[in-house]
Design a protein around this ligand. Structure first.
Ligand code: FPP
Length: 252
């Protein structure tokens, strides 16, 4: 018996170029099995691998994952330490796979807050994958959307002060250029797992016109078929960017 994959229902011509994911529910997944939250994070790594592989195979150019928020620093020291250890371990274990699959690793967020060893492991992997061009995998670490917007405002203010740009030049395009995502298109699709339906300070600027897809599945259970389901759902929607259905048809 052959299982039908939802992959066959995906229209490759209309693939989102950029998918962003809020990986949620690791703690609840572990709790359901009477295990520590950290066990959920460890099993979340497999889902990161599956999502990256599925996106690269399809031809999605950018995958952005919310791995650690600014607010996550407030979790217990035990959990923060475990997440950081997991990050370093994953970096060294996955470097080969990233290179074999021609995937470039990127990271955004207040990276200087990371422990030195994490920062170094991350920079090493970023540097050693910098020439890969099949897909860019961005990890958001110590990241929050408001932090990023405030940072951009600060950088623009400095440029105005030094006379490099004048106030009249500040528009949406100029502002986007000062965000850490300035070299990628905005995500067309945002996925959040675990049944929560919030944006939680993720890519606030970039998600302005994204389609949101929510699933009840906890992150460690999110596999390739779940990613395909999200893309199929996305492709059945009409993206209007404030226009009417009729206007969109006329433009075609
Ligand atoms: C959310 O679940 C998940 C996180 C805060 C961490 C995400 C980390 C991983 C998937 C593993 C490491 C990733 C990489 C890239 C090495 P939660 O803890 O908020 O779960 P809960 O809502 O059930 O408590």
């Amino acid at each position: 018996m052959t299982m039908n994959s939802l992959k066959e229902k995906i229209n490759i011509e209309r693939l989102p170029q950029h998918i962003a994911i809020i990986m949620d529910g690791n703690g609840r997944w572990a709790k359901e099995q009477g295990k520590l939250r950290v066990f959920g994070h460890q099993n979340g790594v497999g889902a990161v691998r599956a999502a990256s592989e599925a996106c690269a195979e399809l031809g999605v150019k950018y995958l952005t994952l919310y791995a650690f928020s600014t607010e996550n620093w407030n979790r217990s020291q035990f959990e923060v330490d475990a997440l950081m250890r997991l990050l370093s371990k994953t970096m060294s274990e996955e470097l080969k796979t990233l290179n074999n699959n021609n995937i470039r690793l990127n990271a955004i967020g207040d990276l200087e807050r990371l422990p030195k060893s994490n920062y170094e492991a991350l920079m090493k992997t970023i540097d050693e994958t910098k020439n890969n061009d099949r897909m860019t995998l961005t990890l958001c670490l110590s990241y929050s959307g408001r932090w990023e917007i405030a940072q951009a405002a600060k950088k623009i203010a400095e440029k105005v002060k030094s006379g490099e740009i004048n106030i009249e030049q500040i528009d949406e395009k100029c502002f986007s250029d000062f965000l850490s995502t300035n070299d990628m298109p905005d995500p067309e699709l945002l996925i959040r797992t675990s049944g929560e339906e919030r944006i939680s300070n993720f890519l606030l600027w970039q998600l302005a016109y994204s389609e949101f897809y929510f699933t009840e599945k906890f992150w460690p259970d999110f596999g390739k078929e779940d990613l395909y389901a999200a893309i199929v759902d996305y492709q059945n929607r009409e993206r209007r960017f404030g226009k009417t259905s009729e206007q969109l048809k006329e433009n075609k």
